[in-house]
Design a protein around this ligand. Structure first.
Ligand code: GLY
Length: 339
């Protein structure tokens, strides 16, 4: 399956199961001063979780443009050496706003992975919250998972892994992750799905208050699931990155995969070219402050690594054509805002 087919099949599965397909929100959050950039699929639904807003649907599914370059979720320094981290990525998600809860969310995830995408069930390992910091063990999630997986494939982990929040404040809850055991490469186990059981709002003093209704927020990186489904050990070996890496190679006279040091620079350029293109398409302009400063930092980093690859002339703009061609169907702004 191509990444475009994987994205489409996810949205179609949830649409068939009563979810509204909602377009990705821009990378610049509308009216949330707590966020530098959209950092999760749930951001655009924050007020629905908090009960401050109602819409004409209680189930939604999205493929959300996400940046993780600051605050609670920051992967900037991993980009280059890592084969699974990105500054910009696409997060697939299904959401329930006081509609279904743990039992349905777990069953949806399991059906999507094992029946729609036909992943081998015996290669999937899951985790539940073990109980920590006064928040009890997630016995309910554990019991639901036992219907699908044997006890030895259910890990019990603490807040670091199994309690999710978008920032220091806001909706949050215990979560349950699904890992694929590929057994090879730099990441022999890779997290592919995060089911967040939204139950609390954290306030600035750290206290947790119950949400008006238990809700579901899931997140899965399209880049990781594409790597697994395309049987690659690295996100960068998928059709989401190879066209960029090939173009960088053409410009620099290099071949991706031939030299570990060069590969790091090629991955940085590919990742940062995506971030740059999607940010500018959403109206961010490089500058000396706030969001524009982060964009400028990312662009300068890409240019530095380009220089290390021997690229003496401006090259970053060359990546836009590749992205408009490969991703413009899913994100038309890449074409309309190309200039
Ligand atoms: N909001 C769920 C996640 O980002 O993993």
């Amino acid at each position: 399956m191509t990444s475009n087919e994987i994205r489409r099949s996810f949205l179609e599965f949830f649409q068939k199961n009563g979810h509204r397909v909602v377009p990705s929100a821009p990378l610049v959050p509308g009216d949330d001063p707590t966020l530098l950039f959209t950092n999760a699929g749930m951001n655009q639904f924050k007020d629905l979780f908090l009960g401050r807003e109602k819409r004409d649907y209680t189930r939604a599914t999205t493929s959300q443009k996400v940046m993780r370059v600051s605050g609670k979720h920051n992967d900037l320094d991993n980009v280059g050496p890592s084969l699974r981290h990105h500054t910009f990525f696409e997060m697939l998600g299904n959401f329930s706003f006081g509609d279904y809860f743990k039992a349905e969310a777990i069953e949806f995830a399991w059906t999507m992975l094992t029946e729609v995408w036909k992943m081998p069930a015996d290669r999937l390992v899951v985790s539940v919250f073990k109980g920590e910091h006064g928040i009890p063990r997630d016995t309910e999630a554990y019991d639901i998972w036992r219907k699908f997986v044997p006890a030895e494939r259910i890990m019990e982990l603490g807040s670091e892994d199994n309690f999710w929040q978008m920032g220091d404040t806001g909706p949050c809850g215990r979560c349950s992750e699904i890992y694929y055991v590929r057994g090879t490469g730099m990441d022999p186990e890779i997290e592919v799905w995060n089911n967040v059981f939204m139950e609390f709002e954290r306030s600035a003093d750290g206290t947790l208050a119950p949400l008006p209704a238990p809700s579901i927020d899931t997140g899965m990186g399209l880049e990781r699931i594409t790597a697994v489904l395309q049987r690659k050990d690295s996100n960068y070996d998928t059709d989401l990155f190879m066209p960029l890496l090939t173009r960088i190679g053409e410009l620099a006279g290099a071949t991706y995969g031939a030299n570990p040091q060069t590969d790091i620079s090629m991955r940085v350029v590919a990742d940062h070219a995506r971030a740059t293109t999607f940010l500018i398409a959403d109206g961010v302009i490089p500058s000396n402050e706030w969001r524009g400063y982060v964009l400028r930092k990312i662009m300068r980093r890409a240019m530095r690594h380009g220089k290390m690859l021997g690229l003496g002339e401006p090259f970053l703009h060359e990546m836009v054509a590749v992205l408009a061609r490969e991703m413009g169907d899913a994100y038309p702004e890449l074409r309309t805002n190309r200039d």
